[in-house]
Structure formats: structure tokens, C-alpha cells
Design a protein around this ligand. Structure first.
Ligand SMILES: [Zn+2]
Length: 359
């Protein structure tokens, strides 16, 4: 049996199928002339996914003092997987085809002991629901808060908590979030007032004010992927004139993408490693996209400046993160020589939309 690139949303699996290079007809979604792969070629990767779950008895993990609803415990494997990840394509998710394919893949290893047959009729639960489960980053909230406090109020350049926070798993986050931006990509950058074209790149180092990614005196080029985001980033007031530049990359860049979004469960053999790297990524992306009060920003920006400089020291050209102010995401380029202004326009801000929650 063959499945195809169109059966999946998970990029890791789609890449495996495309790299396989074989074209034909899919036995599951029935697409023709697509990249296909025999299901047993995916078994080793789906075994990684299966490690996130365990076979369970009805109510096995139900604890009336903690859990309000006993029916939550134990579900079909396909339901759990579809709730937790984005593996199957929209076309087959929830149709039953995804379930047939899942078990064909999992049980395709003919060398395996028949006793290890994975039964579609069993009930399953997440390993994280087990009473004995401890998260690999248990206590991380405290460690991260201690690091931020030390950086802000005790040791700025050689914080003693640095090695606890940025261990090998931090490198795994970077490695798995490396994104290539193509030469010629257009980005946007806004400044308050009517500016000449030669004043639209990064400010001179001596004038660089501290920002989310850069300390006072070190200048980076802050851009956004679209115009509305770069305008929102400079917090203009109604009626103000602003200048927006289109900035083009003059070479391909290797950046770290710290946008939130779950990791693929196929990346690591250990489910605990997936949970650990996923939690780190969530923390760093939250930190980068939380709005900071401009009046006390200098010290509040220290943790993100630290993360950014650490990433730069590992040879990356920039970082991407969700904008705290606008709808899309920002790209910070460390060396402005990698980009140039193509054109500028002056705009007047005629409306500002505020959204707020009642406290
Ligand atoms: Zn298919």
C-alpha cells in the first residue's frame, strides 16, 4: 500500500515522501501523479509518534478529585493524534481514511513480534495524562524567572543561571527552527515623519536606542513581513505622517523562526525531548511577542536582547518573531548590509484600531 504527499500536513513527513522521488497513485486519498511512498517506509517515524501514547483501560487514569469528567479518559488513537498534532491533510483528517492509514503504517513492520500488534480497537491515552508523568522541564517557570531577575538586577554579562537556561535543548530549538529567507524577498520598515530614502535603514550605532532585540548602542535592522505590521510597530498616533520603505534582501539569509507553532512529533525519537523543545520554543516566542511598556522598556527588554545576541553568536543572520503590536511577524536582521531600500512612500495614519479586555 502507498500513501502520498497529499495525505499529510506535517512537513517532516511530506519531505520524506517527496525525497523518496517515486510518482504514482495513492491508495488512500486516490490522487494520481503524486509523490508516493510505501507505508512501511514511514513506520519508524510513526513509532516516534506512538510513543506519546499508551494503551489504557477505561477510566484507568480517572481520579475523581482532580478530573471532573470520567469520559475524557481513554479515546481512539486517531482522535487523540488529530487533537494533538497537525499530521494528516485536511482532506483525509476525520474521514476514517486517516485511521486506516495510521494503523497500516504502525503495523507494517513484518519483522515485528505479532504480540506487538497495535490494535485500532484499544483505548489510548497520552503519556502526559499518566499519574507518574513528570514534564522534562518541570520547574522551568521558576528557572526562567530567576534568569530574568538575575539579568535585570544582579549579573548582566555573566549570569550564573545562563547555562541552566540555554543548554543543548536551546540549540535543538534553533536547529529545528532554522528558516532560509530568499535573496530578493521584500520586507517593510516604517519610521515616524517624512524621511528621505537614505534614512530608512538601521540607525547609526551611536544613536541606536535599546529595543526588543538590541541593546543601546548596537544597531539592527527591524523589518516586518507586511506593511500593516511595520506601521503598528512604530505606534503612530492618528493624523501622524509616517514613511514606509520596501526593503529587499540582497542575499539569502539564515534566520531563527521563533513564531509559535507546535513542533513535529517526528523530529525526535524521545517524546520527552519533543515536549522539552516545544516548551522552550513557547517560552521564547511569548517573551519576544509580549508588549512592553515603552516607559520602562530598557530593562524589560534585557531577556530578549540576551536571547537575540546568543542566537547571533551562533552564526545566524537574524530572527523572526510574532509582532507584539501588529497582525503579522517581524524580522530583525543583524547586519543591515544584507538588505537595501528599494522604494519609500509617505503615509498619513487616518485610523487606529484599539482592542481591549475589561480587567
Ligand atoms: Zn494520498
Amino acid at each position: 500500500m502507498n500513501c502520498c504527499e497529499k495525505c499529510f500536513s506535517d512537513l517532516y513527513i511530506v519531505t520524506k515522501i517527496v525525497d523518496n522521488g517515486e510518482i504514482g497513485e495513492c491508495n488512500y486519498c486516490e490522487n494520481e501523479d503524486v509523490f508516493i511512498i510505501p507505508v512501511d517506509a514511514l513506520t519508524e517515524y510513526f513509532e516516534r509518534l506512538f510513543k506519546h501514547y499508551g494503551s489504557t483501560e477505561p477510566y484507568e487514569y480517572f481520579h475523581p478529585e482532580i478530573h471532573p469528567d470520567p469520559s475524557e479518559f481513554g479515546d481512539s488513537l486517531i482522535n487523540l493524534i488529530n487533537e494533538d498534532w497537525n499530521i494528516f491533510s485536511f482532506e483525509i483528517e476525520g474521514t476514517g481514511t486517516d485511521e486506516n492509514m495510521l494503523f497500516d503504517i504502525l503495523n507494517a513492520d513484518k519483522m515485528r513480534d505479532p504480540l506487538e500488534y497495535i490494535d485500532p480497537h484499544n483505548l489510548y491515552s497520552r503519556i502526559t495524562e499518566s499519574f507518574t508523568f513528570t514534564h522534562p522541564l518541570e520547574g522551568w517557570e521558576d528557572i526562567w524567572e530567576r534568569f530574568k531577575e538575575e539579568l535585570k538586577h544582579a549579573n548582566r554579562f555573566f549570569p550564573s543561571t545562563q547555562l541552566t537556561v540555554f543548554n543543548n535543548s536551546f540549540d535543538d530549538v534553533l536547529y529545528n527552527r532554522t528558516t532560509y529567507l530568499a535573496e530578493g524577498l521584500t520586507l517593510y520598515r516604517a519610521r515616524m515623519g517624512q524621511q528621505p530614502i537614505d534614512k530608512m535603514m538601521a540607525p547609526p550605532s551611536a544613536l541606536a536606542k535599546a529595543g526588543r532585540s538590541n541593546p543601546h548602542g548596537i544597531s539592527y535592522l527591524y523589518c516586518s513581513i507586511d506593511e500593516p505590521t511595520c506601521v503598528a510597530e512604530i505606534r503612530p498616533w492618528k493624523g501622524s505622517k509616517i514613511t514606509v520603505a520596501q526593503i529587499e534582501l540582497n542575499k539569502g539569509l539564515r534566520v531563527v523562526n521563533l513564531l509559535k507553532g507546535r513542533l513535529s512529533p517526528f523530529l525526535f525519537d524521545s517524546p520527552y525531548k519533543v515536549l522539552e523543545v516545544d516548551k522552550l520554543l513557547t517560552y521564547f516566542s511569548q517573551e519576544l511577542s509580549t508588549p512592553v511598556d515603552p516607559d520602562k522598556s530598557e530593562i524589560e527588554y534585557l531577556p530578549t536582547q540576551f536571547i537575540t545576541e546568543l542566537i547571533k553568536s551562533k552564526g545566524f543572520d537574524g530572527i523572526m518573531f510574532k509582532s507584539a503590536m501588529g497582525p503579522q511577524y517581524n524580522i530583525v536582521i543583524f547586519d543591515e548590509k544584507n538588505a537595501e531600500v528599494k522604494e519609500i512612500e509617505t503615509l498619513e495614519v487616518n485610523n487606529i484600531i484599539y482592542e481591549y479586555d475589561n480587567e
